[in-house]
Design a protein around this ligand. Sequence first.
Ligand SMILES: [Zn+2]
Length: 540
Amino acid sequence: METLYRKYRPQSFSDVAEQEHVLRTIQQQLAKNTVAHAYLFSGPRGTGKTTIARLLAKALNCEARVDGVSEPCNTCSSCTDFASGRFMSCIEIDAASQTGVDNVRDNIIENARFAPSRGKFKVFILDEVHMLSGSSFNALLKTLEEPPAHAIFILATTELHKIPATIASRCQRFEFHRVPPVVMMPRLKKIAEAEGFTIDDDVLAQISRLSEGCLRDAESLLGQVLALGERSITLAVASLVLPMTNIAVVTDVVDAVAKHDAQEALKIVGTFVSDGGSVKHLIEELLEYVRTVMFAALGDTTMDAYDAKTIERLRAAGSMMGIARSQKFLDGLLAARTRSSLPAIPQIPLEIAILDACDVRSVAASIAPITPIAASPIIPPAQALVPSVIPAQAGIHPLVVEVQAAPDVPIRYDFAPIQQIESLVADAAVASPDAPLFPLEDLVNKWERCIAVTAEDNIALPLVLRGAVPSRIEGNTVTLNCAYVFHADALKEAKAKKIVEDAIEKILLHRVNIVSVHVPAKANTDAVTDFISGLGGAIA
Ligand SMILES: [Zn+2]
């Protein structure tokens, strides 16, 4: 049976989906009759080098082609002979089997001296040209330096670095790229349909992934899938010939990690292993997937190696995990791939990578709800807000929290309640807009200094501010309770407000937004009493 790759080999440039950058230049040269005498096509195997070389040879010798046209007609006798392999003026040489200088001399250099028996050009396509010996390259170099007018050389290689610079510099060079899924999948679909099959997108996506950008491999895999004889090809059908994929497990694990749900992620891995899945393969697929998640987090949209449903989940995971956490997971997976484990529990390194990527902060969140610390001022004195190491909770990794020290001396503090740890970590990350920019008591302790600073700009303000008590901080918003309505109003005035905010910034090094509210004297005193007794003190 004819292979799909041969059967569907493009007959015109317009049929070639891949390597658009190469096609554009070559078609322009054909239309303007400015074709070069030597080309060097480099790039991975199966990316269309020979296909485009043959099309160029055919178009150059097409009898019907006129100036301005860049396609072979495919109907003249030259074109039809070409299609059936009878055209003698296109000489294809596999350099890998003809590395010796004698072969090169006889088959290429001597041959090139004679004008073609048919057509205008003799085209030499030298595949795997990097295999030629040094003396062969030397012999060829002289011909490339002064090529006969009727000779065109197309050198193709998968290993550009093995081509002598002297040869490369004589050629017009084109780099061929791996065929991306976005180009490959529609092409595979077209072929399947032309063969009378319907094929699911996730099958095409998997073939595309497995072939790693090599169209020839992809079409060969497609051929194997079509040969199964089912007219409608689903992933279940295709899995008979395609290597097993764990994409369902991969997406479930990543979704759980994105939600910081370590328990769920570990459970999925556990089930996978007890069902006999290969941890090694799972890690490899996770690596590929999480890498795409990271690109998604960066805003990349070229993730068509997956079907539409998977892409949707991939994007969601990307926005949930962000760049930093997906990078962390990727890093952990790379480490897990090289770490050894107990043979009976092969998943340990993977489990560690998952736990790391889940972030302890949110594991804690799933144990205890977050209570904003500002709402209930029960924290210890200000200078203690510098925990260095928080003791590990059962089942939770110890977490080192680096909170920027206040000007005071840092003291190590062992916090017990998870809520406090939560708030502190939130402070450190300035994650939530409602998390206080700094502890309220910092402002209370330095309130007199702030008032003194305002005096420099407005001598009336200290009077107003002495009647005001900082009562709350949420995010960067500080609420000042004023005993008199006119004090509250005075602080709402833009100029006064700015002076107070400037003063607080000068003393506490944070820009805040102040909101003044009128709280009758009695209630205000209660608030102060509550606050101070919350600190463990008492009003004398
Ligand atoms: Zn023709």
